[in-house]
Design a protein around this ligand. Structure first.
Ligand SMILES: [Zn+2]
Length: 130
């Protein structure tokens, strides 16, 4: 996926671990739409393994086309990844620092320009200092 910033720079999303991309987890609805479905899905998966109904669980959560030869950790990883990607994805332009977030009122992105020059890597992963 590619999108063009107003400054003309093309932002590319074609690989993992991009320091200028961030999946947003809105606090509004986070518990009901992201956190709780992960907890419930993992619990349901554990119960399905225990009861021998893993096949039905895989169909319910991922459909008929989902691979059946994955180990349990990979299935849980897919479950968590699916839920975490339900929020909007933000991108930061590496040229001008503009943060682009999908618009809620029209097609395309809403742009948020930095107020000063201290904008580099604001969407990159940071180690906690405490
Ligand atoms: Zn830009």
């Amino acid at each position: 996926m590619k999108l063009r910033c107003d400054c003309g720079n093309v932002i590319s999303d074609s690989t993992d671990n991009l320091p200028y991309k961030c999946n947003l987890l809105p606090d509004d609805g986070y518990w009901d739409n992201i956190h709780q479905p992960i907890v419930q899905g993992v619990l349901d998966f554990a119960t399905a393994i225990q009861k021998g109904t893993k096949e039905e669980w895989l169909t319910k959560y991922f459909g008929e086309g989902y691979p059946r030869d994955l180990d349990d950790a990979s299935v849980i990883s897919d479950l968590v990844g699916t839920q975490l990607s339900r929020g909007p994805t933000a991108y930061q332009c590496a040229e001008c620092g503009m943060i682009l977030i999908p618009s809620t009122t029209k097609n395309g992105y809403a742009g948020f320009a930095p107020v000063d020059d201290d904008w580099h890597d604001v969407l990159a992963w940071r180690k906690q200092t405490r």
